[in-house]
Design a protein around this ligand. Structure first.
Ligand code: ASP
Length: 328
C-alpha cells in the first residue's frame, strides 16, 4: 500500500507543478522569444516581427524575435526543439518545416514529434525576380535570356529546404536547365546581392519582394501561385503556369511551434493569443499590403496545423526525392 500512496502523492505533486507553470505563463519579467530560422530583414523575419507586435497585448508579455539562421532553417528549429518547454521559446517557420525531413539526412530533431503545433499564421505567394541590369523585361524575354545563357545563370536561395530553394528546384526542373545556385542564410542577404547584380535571379516571398518591385530595385517576372494576385504592385504579373510552366505552384505558409512537452494550458494560452493577433486590424492591413493571406480556417488550431504539415511532407517528399537533392 505504502509505495502506491507515495506514487499517488508524486503524481499529485507533478500535476500541481504543471498547474502552477500554466497559471504563471507568461512569467513576469521574462520575454516570449520567437526564433526565426532565417536572416533578419527577410520575409520570415518580417512576418515574425509583425506577429510579435500583434501578440504582445493578447499574450500580456514582451515578445521578441531572435534570428538563428543557417542550414535551411534547421539551426533555429533545432534551438527551439531543445529549448525549455515553458512557452517562452517559440519557433516561427515556413514550408521548410515540411521539407527538412526529406532534404536533411541527419536532422537533429523530428519535425513530427519534437514540437507542439500552435497554429498556422498565413499563406504567402512567391515572385520570380531578377537583378535590375538583366536584359529581359518580362517572362517571355527572361526565358529566352535563360536559354541563351545556359550554364551561366545563377540563382540565389536561402539554403537547403528553404522556400527559395524549392522554387528554384521546380523552376530548373520545369525548364530542364541547370542553374548555379547560391545559398544564403535567408533571402534578405540574397536580395542585397540581387539588387547589387551579384546574382541573376531569386524566387522570394511577396512579403520581401513587394516593396522592392514597387521601388523598381529589381525586375519582376512572374508569380508562383496558380492565380494572379490582386495586390496593386503585383497584379500585372503573369503566373508561371500561364507562362507555360505546367502545374507550377508554390505557396508558402508559416506556422508557430513550441518545444515538445510544453504544458497544454500554456499551448492554449498561446493559441488564444495567436487567434486574437490574426484578427488584429493593424496586422491584417500589413499582411494584405504584402500579398499575404492570413489563415482563418481550422488550421489555426494546433491539431489541424499538425495534419496540414504532415500532408505537406507527403506532398513535397516525392518532388524533392525526384530532384535528387539532399544535405548531410
Ligand atoms: N525567403 C526565404 C526562403 O526562401 C526565407 C527567409 O529569408 O525568410 O525560404
Amino acid at each position: 500500500m505504502k509505495p502506491l500512496m507515495t506514487l499517488a502523492a508524486m503524481a499529485a505533486a507533478l500535476l500541481a507543478t504543471a498547474g502552477v507553470q500554466a497559471a504563471d505563463f507568461p512569467a513576469k519579467d521574462k520575454p516570449v522569444t520567437i526564433v526565426v530560422p532565417f536572416a533578419a530583414g527577410g520575409p520570415t523575419d518580417r512576418v515574425a516581427r509583425d506577429l510579435a507586435e500583434a501578440l504582445r497585448k493578447p499574450l500580456g508579455a514582451t515578445v521578441v524575435v531572435d534570428n538563428a539562421a543557417g542550414a535551411g532553417s534547421s539551426i533555429g528549429s533545432n534551438k527551439v526543439a531543445k529549448a525549455a518547454p515553458d512557452g517562452h521559446t517559440l519557433l516561427l517557420n515556413h514550408i521548410a518545416m515540411a521539407n527538412m525531413p526529406t532534404l536533411v539526412r541527419n536532422l537533429p530533431f523530428k519535425v513530427e514529434t519534437d514540437f507542439e503545433y500552435l497554429g498556422m499564421i498565413n499563406e504567402v505567394p512567391m515572385t520570380l525576380i531578377g537583378k535590375p541590369s538583366l536584359a529581359a523585361n518580362n517572362y517571355k524575354e527572361l526565358s529566352a535570356w535563360i536559354q541563351q545563357n545556359k550554364g551561366k545563370v545563377n540563382l540565389g536561395n536561402a539554403g537547403v529546404g528553404s522556400a527559395s530553394h524549392l522554387c528554384g528546384l521546380l523552376l530548373q526542373n520545369a525548364l530542364q536547365i541547370d542553374m548555379t545556385t547560391v545559398p544564403y542564410k535567408g533571402t534578405a542577404p540574397a536580395m542585397t546581392d540581387l539588387i547589387g547584380g551579384q546574382i541573376d535571379l531569386l524566387c522570394d516571398q511577396t512579403t520581401n519582394t513587394t516593396s522592392q518591385i514597387e521601388g523598381k530595385k529589381v525586375k519582376a517576372f512572374a508569380v508562383t501561385t496558380s492565380k494572379r494576385l490582386s495586390t496593386p504592385a503585383l497584379k500585372d504579373l503573369p503566373t508561371l503556369q500561364e507562362s507555360g510552366l505546367k502545374g507550377f505552384e508554390v505557396t508558402i505558409w508559416h506556422g508557430l511551434y513550441a518545444p515538445k512537452g510544453t504544458p497544454a494550458e500554456v499551448q492554449a494560452k498561446i493559441n488564444g493569443a495567436l487567434k486574437a493577433a490574426l484578427k488584429d486590424p493593424e496586422f491584417l492591413k500589413k499582411q494584405e499590403g504584402l500579398g499575404a493571406v492570413v489563415v482563418t480556417d481550422k488550421r489555426v488550431e494546433g491539431a489541424e496545423h499538425k495534419k496540414f504539415v504532415a500532408a505537406e511532407i507527403a506532398k513535397w517528399s516525392p518532388i524533392i526525392k525526384a530532384a535528387g537533392v539532399y544535405v548531410d
